[in-house]
Design a protein around this ligand. Structure first.
Ligand code: PSU
Ligand code: MN
Length: 304
């Protein structure tokens, strides 16, 4: 397969893709808009190491100097993590960042687009965007959901954050034809918490079974994505009843300060980080690492 000239993979990743080796895509909005410096860059490096340790190759995706970079070296990661004014690129923004040469971090939606262009089938992140609470008035529904409906990439996340309206998020995913599969549990996990109070639509118990689902969908010519909901490890979770108070407060602050559009998710995440005195960040790091390990196992099972 010849890659689009808009993509710039590292030599290692270009070779791995040509050889059909397991590669796991990683997003960069979590670095620029999801975590404070220097935890953001430390986590990005740790997650890459976790994927390597499991026998797969990490590919962190971002826009730099007018190219969609597939894989970032250490200096690039540091530059991105410290930069201010990096565009948060979802589907609507990706081409704009490339065309204008502005630095851009990719959300779940834009990372899925780039992964598909590059031929990467598995992608690990923390949490996806979804239907926000109050969306019936604000119309705030993340482009991540549409992307999952249209782009054949397997996204491993820790379920939907309870700052979203989880039942409505599930409804939209069902409408878009996205299988939502909980890994090893019956209940849909809620990011910082293992439980959401909602049954997951599907459950699978091994990376091999997940790879089997992906292969079947691909054989059927199904062009949409799959969402794997992987619960945060027990030792790192913040239970839902504790988290709920902080989430409500953070949403209240966002509303009072009239935060809208792309600003909402980063604002609320930062407010929760401050309200929990950093505890939410430790949980966030643990769940991203957990997702990276599972994604590596799925990528290996697909490549086998
Ligand atoms: N959830 C997190 N951390 C993040 C994000 C979500 O816990 O960094 C980012 C992801 O990149 C996701 C994006 O794709 O926020 C969703 O933003 P929006 O709701 O504006 O679509
Ligand atoms: Mn939004």
């Amino acid at each position: 397969m010849t890659l689009s000239s808009l993509l710039q993979p590292t030599a290692e990743i270009a070779q791995a893709l040509a050889d059909g080796k397991p590669v796991v895509a990683l997003e960069s909005t979590i670095i620029t808009h999801g975590m404070p410096y220097p935890d953001n860059v430390a986590t990005a490096r740790q997650v890459e190491a976790d994927i390597r340790e499991r026998g797969a190759i990490p590919a962190t995706i971002a826009v730099l100097d007018g190219k969609i970079r597939i894989g970032l070296d250490d200096a690039d990661l540091e530059r991105l993590a410290q930069a201010t004014g990096v565009m948060k690129c979802s589907r609507a923004d990706l081409a704009l960042a490339v065309a204008t040469g502005r630095p851009g971090a990719t959300t779940v939606a834009a990372t899925m687009m780039a992964a598909r262009m590059a031929g990467i089938h598995v992608f690990a992140t923390g949490g996806i965007g979804g239907v926000h609470k109050g969306a019936e008035l604000s119309f705030d529904v993340s482009a991540d959901l549409d992307e999952l409906g249209r782009t054949p990439v397997c996204v491993v996340a820790a379920g939907a954050k309870a700052l979203l309206d989880i039942p409505k998020t599930l409804e939209v995913l069902e409408t878009r034809g996205v299988p939502v599969v909980a890994y090893g549990v019956d209940e849909l996990p809620a990011f910082w918490s293992r439980k959401s109070g909602l049954a997951a639509p599907f459950r699978l118990d091994s990376a091999a079974d997940i790879a089997g689902l992906l292969k079947t969908r691909s054989e059927m010519g199904d062009h949409g994505g799959v969402l794997i909901a992987n619960p945060v490890p027990q030792a790192d979770e913040i239970p839902q009843d504790e988290m709920g108070v902080f989430i409500d407060k953070a949403i209240e602050m966002a509303t009072a300060q009239k935060v809208t559009g792309k600003g909402v998710t980063p604002f609320v995440l930062d407010a929760i980080y401050k309200l929990t005195a950093g505890r939410s960040l430790a949980t966030n790091i643990a769940l991203v690492r957990n997702n990276a390990r599972l994604a590596a196992d799925i990528a290996k099972a697909l490549a086998a």
